[in-house]
Ligand binder design. Structure first.
Ligand SMILES: C[S@@+](CC[C@H](N)C(=O)[O-])C[C@H]1O[C@@H](n2cnc3c(N)ncnc32)[C@H](O)[C@@H]1O
Length: 289
């Protein structure tokens, strides 16, 4: 059996056992805490979820918390057959374990579209969120420019990125372990940075941490960033660290880079030329996350 097929079975078991709901609920709580200094999420807000996914976990949790949420993803197209039916069952299991009503998972707030061309008016949202999706966006600058456009002045952005440089960042090992704790037999850690013997199964932009931080800083005030999940520290021997010396230990082991940012108020907003010239905020890049 190919590892991917076995992974799907593990994925189903994990969903049925409530593991995914526990993980996603933890992420939602973390987001509330991260954003608390800037936006009070106990009040209903207009929120956009970029790349909501077929399971729609954060879309559902945000709706259940009373927010007006729109999700945009290429997968949000009407479809028939076993796959949409299977996802329907998975969403019901997810909602039951997360303790939210099935209506929170309903598709009435979803749009099928490309996140680099958002079909929304300027200043439509108080908050934009995205989880485990930015690494798949192939035109990150366009997504960020569009995100800035649709946020109101001082609107907030909360993004979690499955960083390409971490052991599971090539998306070519198990996707059911989060964080990754074991490798398939015969697969070397960081295979995707060292010759990539295993193929990638999904589109990936291969961006590194500094590229994200620089691109976010061009469009937003980056208020905070940190590594939410670590993996692979036990595999990073001195020999491997030397082989992968083009990467820092921090980016080799960060499985979830969280970035909290704010749209500048109108009075200090920058024009396109000024944005292009924005240096990475002093001290932002070298600060241990
Ligand atoms: C790994 S999934 C994450 C989904 C969800 N946020 C979650 O945590 O389960 C990434 C999603 O990004 C979507 N995606 C990738 N590129 C996109 C694009 N240009 N426009 C809209 N959605 C895109 C994919 O269709 C996929 O559903």
């Amino acid at each position: 059996m190919s590892p991917l097929v076995s992974d799907y079975l593990v994925y189903l078991v994990q969903l049925a056992a409530g593991k995914r709901a526990a993980m996603e609920s933890g992420l939602a709580r973390q987001r509330v805490a991260d954003l608390a200094p800037w936006i009070d999420l106990r009040r209903p807000r207009r929120i956009l979820d970029l790349g909501n996914g077929s399971l729609r976990p954060q879309y559902g949790l945000l709706r259940a918390a009373g927010h007006q949420v729109v999700g945009i993803d290429l997968v949000n197209r009407p479809a028939r057959g076993w796959k949409p039916a299977a996802y329907g069952a998975l969403r019901r299991a997810f909602a039951a374990h997360a303790g939210i009503g099935a209506t929170a998972m309903a598709a009435d707030g979803l749009l099928c579209g490309d996140v680099s061309r958002l079909p929304f008016a300027d200043a439509s949202f108080d908050l934009v969120v995205s989880s485990a999706a930015f690494e798949h966006f192939l035109d990150v600058p366009a997504v960020l420019a569009e995100t800035r456009r649709v946020l109101r002045p001082e609107g907030m952005l909360w993004v979690g990125i499955h960083l390409f440089t971490c052991p599971s960042g090539g998306h070519n090992v198990s996707f059911t372990q989060y964080p990754l704790r074991s490798l398939p037999r015969g697969v070397e850690p960081w295979d995707h940075l060292r010759g990539q013997r295993r193929p990638f199964t999904v589109p990936l932009n291969r961006w590194r941490k500094h590229q994200y931080l620089e691109a976010f800083a061009r469009e937003f005030e980056v208020l905070r960033y940190y590594c939410g999940t670590r993996e692979g520290e036990e595999w990073l021997t001195p020999a491997l660290e030397a082989e992968l010396s083009a990467y820092s230990r921090d980016e080799l082991t960060c499985a979830n880079l969280v970035i909290v940012a704010r749209k500048r108020p109108l009075s200090t907003s920058l024009n396109a030329r000024q944005r292009a010239a924005v240096p990475t905020p002093a001290g932002l890049l070298g600060v241990p996350a």
